[in-house]
Every structure is written in structure tokens, then in C-alpha cells.
Design a protein around this ligand. Sequence first.
Ligand SMILES: *Cc1c(COP(=O)(O)O)cnc(C)c1O
Length: 402
Amino acid sequence: MFSHLSHLECSRTGERHDADVVQGTSPVGAPLLARYDLERVAATVDKAVLATREASLWKYHEVLPVRDPRFVTTLGEGWTPIVGLPAYGRAVGLPRLAMKDEGLIPTGTFKARGAAVGVSRAAELGVRGVGMPTNGNAGSAWATYAARAGLPSLIVMPEGAPEITRTECAAAGAELYLVDGLIGDAGAIVHEAIGRRPGWQEVSTLKEPYRLEGKKTMGYELAEQLGWRLPDVILYPTGGGVGLIGIHKALLEMREMGWITGPLPRWVAVQATGCAPIVRAYGAGARESEPFPDAQTVAFGITVPKALGDFLVLDAIRETDGCAVEVSDEDLLAEQRRLAASDGAFICPEGAACLAAARDLRESGWIREDEHVLVINTGTGIKYPDTITVDAPLLPVGGRLP
Ligand SMILES: *Cc1c(COP(=O)(O)O)cnc(C)c1O
């Protein structure tokens, strides 16, 4: 069977819901989690066979929601490399530091994973169009994959979102609007509009169940790539938290199927000082976050003042003896530049926040020198050209260097 999807489950109440009709959140407004017949998967899929499959996220199709392969909408996404960061790692006392580089994926960020799986499943369920608020990257990914699936898309983003993402939406033929506000303001506009469009689906973060499934493939990949031995610590730049929740979900599924054993990696949720609701909630011992006032950071992808799945992030952190830390914009921009110069990796500011956090946690002793530390770099630096100031003197033709 291509997919072993069995049902959806409310992340708050555990109540079961039908997975074969279009669904949003559960009746109590909580994210729905896709559940699979993992016993059947474990009995029928030898994890060794995965190595013989194509190098894309669809190799994990048994634990993805698309039932009919004809609906798979793909641009070859997934199976991004895990690369060591030896020079930077040595300099900060983390010789076993590595990153999973999601910059090398269609649209340049890991948002492509959620879009590929979400759009595919929406098409399979007969959705006629998709609409979402976005901080930019999710919008460009969904517009791109919707175009590939032949579906119209409605994207609303803050005026301040990275300009390149507007260009991508426009190129993909999306219906695009900018709003003079934050992602929550964009969300209210989309919600109202979708209510007036029969057959359309609102695909905001965690308001439909399948984006999470796409993002969870990072967890399957990293386990397989590391020979089914997990890192000690994973750092994740946390906005809505979908990637963290997704990877954690994948780890639990793999443990249930016997594909991995032993303790799970300690989660570190990394946020920017200008928008750190999860860090505050973690510090306060709370299970839910408070809306963060006047949210602002250059790491635009993690500007989420109140995430619908905050409690799932906080649960994962606590289950694994992890932590949540914040990093200033100044600091993360400095580390972005430092890494590009030391290891040739030009990563996004969100990913750079994780490096600054790893460095701080090594300094405080929370991470030990011998530990295997994995940073999820969620996107390429090329999507954020303005984060680097360039000092390049202009020479006259025939000029001489000093
Ligand atoms: C969206 C985004 C994030 C945050 O992702 P979540 O999984 O929703 O927390 C991090 N980095 C980049 C580049 C993003 O686009």
C-alpha cells in the first residue's frame, strides 16, 4: 500500500477524526495529527529497503498521507545533505557540529516539504484552491507547488516580508496581497476570504494536518542519513514550530516501529530576542505561550508571536530534557557572516540563530564538547541578500589595486 494513513487525532483530546475528507483543526481548535497503521508499516517495510529508493521525501510514502501516487506533486524535494561545520565547530568548542541544509531544496527553504505534501493531499481530497497567511517562505512554497498541481492559490503576507518571496508568488501566478501588519493580521483576512470561496481550503500553519507530515520527513531523513543513530542535541529555529513538532513526531513513529532505539535528542527551540514567546513560556514553566508584544526580528521566518502548536513544542522540549533560548538579531547576523566565511555555508538568519545558540549553550556547559550537535538550517542565505553589508570599492576601468 502506498500510504498507511489510518485516521486523524486531536492533539489535545486524542479524539479520532476521518482522514479522508478535508479537515481543518479539531472541534476544540487544536491541530489534528495524522496517524498511520505503524504496525503494518513495521511488518511490511524493512528500513534497509529505503536506501534503494529515490532520494526524495517521497521515499517515506508509507508514512505520508497521499494514498494515490498520481497525486504526488513533486519538484524533487527532500534528502538534503547533512554537512559538518568543522571550522566553526572547532572555534566554538563543538567539533561534532553539523547542519542539515534545507537551503538546497526547491524555493530555498524547508517550507517546500510542507507544501509538497500539503498540496498533494489537498489535490487528492478535491480541494479547488488553497489560501494562507505567510511570513513569506511558506507562501512562495505553496504558490509554487499549487501551480505545479494546477490549483489556484491565495497568499497574504506582511509588507515587511522578504521581497524575494513576493516575486516567487507572483512568478507562480498566485493571487497575492500585502498587509500593513503581522502574520496574524494576514491570517484574519485569509480566514474571512476563504469562508466565501466554496471548495477552497485554508492552509495556515497547523490549521490543516498535512503540512506537518511533509516537515516530519526531515526526521526520517536525518535518522536514515546518520545510520539510524541520532544526534545528542538538535537545534531548531522556532516560529510556528511545525518543523520541530514534525521531526519529533517522526522520531516517535520510528521508535514505535523499532527503526530507532535509545534516548531521543534533546530539543533546543531557538527564537529571536524580538519574538520569543516559546522561550518565555519555557522559562515560566507554562505549557502555552502568551502573544509576544511588538514582535520583530530580521529572522522573518520565526516572527510568530503566538503559535497554535506552542504546547506541542513545549511538550517536546520537556520530554527530551531540552531547552528554549533566544538570540539577538545582532548576534545571529554576526554568526551568519562568520559561518559563511569560515565554512563556506551562506545560511538564512533563522539557521544562524541556531549557531549562536549552540555556541552559547556550549559556553554555559549545557552542551558538552563530545556531543553530536545538529542544527537544522531551514533555508539558504541567498533568499536574504540584505542581511549582508557589502564593502566593494568601485574601480575605474584600468584602475590599480592599492
Ligand atoms: C518558517 C520558517 C521557520 C520556522 O518554521 P516553523 O517550523 O514554523 O517553526 C524557520 N526558518 C525559516 C527560513 C522559515 O521560513
